[in-house]
Structures are given as C-alpha cells and as structure tokens.
Design a protein around this ligand. Sequence first.
Ligand code: NAP
Length: 492
Amino acid sequence: MPGVEGTHVHEVAIVGAGFGGLGMAIRLKQHGVDDYVVIERGEDVGGTWWSNSYPGCQCDIPSNLYSFSFAPNPDWDRAYPMRDQILAYLRDCADRFGVRPHVRTSSELLDARWIADEQRWELETSTGPVAARVLVASPGLLSEPFTPALPGLDRFEGRAFHTAEWDHSDDLTGKRVALLGSGASGVQVVPEIQPIVERLHLFQRTPPWVIPHPDHAVATGMREVYRRVPGMQKLSRAGIYALREPMALGMTRDRRWTKLQELNARLHLRRQVPDPELRARLTPDYEIFCKRIILSNKWYPALQEPNVDLISSGVRELREHSIVDGDGVEREIDTLVFATGFKPAELPIAERIHGREGRSLADVWAGSPEAYLGTTVTGFPNFLFIYGPNVNLAHSSIVYMLESQIAYALDALDTMRRTGAGEFDVRPAVQDAYNEELQGRLAQTVWNTGGCASWYFDRNGRNSIQWPGFTFEYRRLTKRFDAADYRLSRSS
Ligand code: NAP
C-alpha cells in the first residue's frame, strides 16, 4: 500500500530492538506477518543490554527465567547472566528467527504522527520516513540516563560519563575516580574498578538493601543436559518462576513476607562489615523492597578497601580537577562516573509520538504516564506500548511481562483483521477505571509506603512504573484483546 510521497505503508512499525521490540518482531514473523520494520537508534540490537556495557554489568534475575519462553538458551554459563551473554543471546535470536533484515539500526525516531484520514502512522526517523498501520513502541524503561546538574560540572576538565554510556577509552588504571550512586549499577561497577584505580571516592546518598548473591557457574554437564533434554531447562524455569512469584505478595500485600529478606540483608551486612560505625552508615532507614533490592557479595568488601572512601555528605560542586563534598572537603579526581540511574517516567519518545489532534504522549500525560494494561493509550489509535506504564516488576522477569504484552498486541492485529477494523482506540472510561483500581492497589505497596524515594515515582509523585501484583494476573488480563474495551472504526 503506497503512503504519502510513495512511502510504503507497513503493517507494523516497531520502535526499539531490545527484548520487547525483538520479541514483538519474532512473534509477528511466527504469526505470519512479514511486512514490518524495526527502528533502533543503537548500532545493534539488544536495547539496554547493548547500551549498558559498564564493568560488572549483570542481570539480577536468573538466566533460565530471563529469556524468551520460545527461545531457551542451554548456553547460559552463569545462573545470573552477564551483560555480554545476554547481548549475544539477543543477537542470536535476531538472526535465528530471521528478523535482522527488518531491523534498521542507527535509526532514531524523531517524530510519529497519527494521520486520521488515512488511518495510519507516519514516522520521521533519522534515516528517512516510515509509514505503518500500527505503531509498537518498545523504547525500554531504563533507556534514558539521568545525570544530575551538579554545580560546576561544566568547568570540570576531567572525564565524566554515565554507567549506561561507559567510556571504554578511559582506562581507569591508576586514576582518581569519583563515583556517584549506590543503586544496582553503582554496586556492580565499584568492585570491578576498585582494584585498578588509585583512589575511589564513592558518593552514597542513600544506602541500598543488599542481600547475598546466589550466582554460580552453570556446570558444563548441566548445560549438556539442557541441550539434550530441553524439558529439564523448562522445569528449572518453571521452578524459578514459582519460587519468585510469592515475593510479590510481600511487596504488594503482606509485609510479613519481606521480613525474612530484611533479616537476610542485616546478617549479610553484619557478616561483611565488622565496623559498627561503617555498618550504621550502610544501614538503610526505609523498608526493604521500597527500592529495588541489590544482590552482591562484593559491594561491602570493596567499600572497605584502603583506596576507597565512602562519602555521605553529597556533592557541593565540581572544580576544574576536583570534587567538593557537602562538608567542603575537596578531592582531586581524574574521572567522574555517574551511576545515577534513569528517568523512566520522562522518556523523550513521549514527546515525539502524536496522537489525535496532534497531542503528544508527553502532553497528554503531563508527567504521569498512564495506559490501559500498560499498553494502549486513549487518543492514540493503533498504538501499542511494550514496557509501558505500570508494567515493571521487582520480583520476577520483565521478559514474562513483555511476552504478555506482545501476545496482546498480536491479538489486537488479529481483531483488526477479523472485524475489518482500520482503527482501534481504547475507551477513555476503560483506561480510567483500570488506572483507578491500579493506583488503589499501589497505595498499599511497599514502594508507595516504605519510606523511600525511588525511580518508581514520576514528577507528580505518582507511581507510574510498578505492576502491583502477580505476573500471572497480568498475563490473564492481557490474554485477550477485548474489542469491547475499544472503539473500533472500519477501514477507510
Ligand atoms: P538507581 O537505582 O536509580 O540508582 C541511582 C543512584 O544514584 C542512587 O543511589 C541515587 O541515590 C543516586 N543519585 C541519583 N541522583 C543523585 C544525586 N544528584 N546525587 C547523588 N546521588 C544521586 O539507578 P541504577 O543503579 O542505574 O539502577 C536502575 C535500575 O536499573 C535498577 O533498579 C534495576 O531495575 C536496573 N538495573 C538492574 C541491574 C541488575 O539487573 N543487576 C543492574 C543495573 C541496573 P538515591 O537512592 O538517594 O536516589
């Protein structure tokens, strides 16, 4: 079908080639839809696992669960996968399932507009125009690095970079490094760079809850078993899934379930940090699971190495070659590393997607992202968001949630085909009722009431990130694209 200025109108355009976008592309192909294009701003597929290449980068969900259900990987060599292996897995999936030819890498979405008369999306990308009947956005939740505007940063003459944009040309050997942040990224980087740097000044604003890391190598024999008897790996996956699912209860309903983990974390701290004064500085003053918990056996030992100092007074300013802490102490540094996380509720892509009446997602959301089932947004016809608002988990694999959304998106396409609809748009009342109930459930969770500040909250103070329940509940809700929830319009 020709579009404006002769641009071919694809059935589907997908933005992003991480787990969500690639999963969507693979499933489309398996579903018999071949007319689609994937736009990826990175130089390769992989999404967050392509961009995050910092030393020590590892997933905190077990490998056998952190994979596509339709593509088990007997080659995982660790119980918890390292970044390089996840990236290799995603590249392999892109090749193995034949979606590579559909992927345009180094192509950034600049603008997307719903053209009502034509019932299609028109996209402007850094590599040219694209048109499609359906737009699937899978930009990733943790894809936009957040760097605080520290006073004096512009006059700092050393190197400065974010963990998600690691500067591999900066050899940190023998350097004086300041690192800001003690979230999952900071905790993974510090033990890797501590042995090579001359000094490491670690700025910790809020101590994380840290529990022992159960990671271990997967024996070659076990990998052979997985290869020969795939059912064994399925069994392992099912077991991990079943063991993790009850954790959702503790976070969302009954705090008694979290007390055991708190004890685990306190014992871990006591075992690894003998100095009571340091221990006090490393003890969180908020409930466990309020922020994402951290798995590490190396964090506390690294902090106690003689070339590391832990600073809790914050950053007053940067000078040409130094950093000044909140107490006014100045330290000379060569490199500043931001392990300061992301702003998931402020994704720039939201400013670039325009629905009915030309309004952007960012404009409609006004700082608080909201969707129906985390996937469709009223006023944005034929639009599906993979890893959209309130889909994130703290207890299990996000890949499971993404696959639920992908199945829902496929059913939306089937519904269009079956009913002859050219357009679907979620009913405002349906979206409102869904979110009212969701926010009601979130109100009692540890994320909302545990006494911490986290990236789960948007600038209006609303939790627009977390899914407040079991993953199987979400799967049940997204099992079927219910046409009654939508206004379907015939093809024009
Ligand atoms: P994060 O959890 O948001 O941590 C950011 C850190 O930077 C926090 O310690 C924060 O302190 C600090 N910070 C932010 N602004 C600051 C400022 N102006 N001054 C001083 N400190 C500041 O980010 P992240 O570590 O990149 O992790 C984000 C998420 O990515 C994780 O929660 C996880 O979901 C995912 N992740 C997972 C893994 C894994 O699977 N193992 C690894 C990396 C990331 P406050 O706590 O006081 O705000």
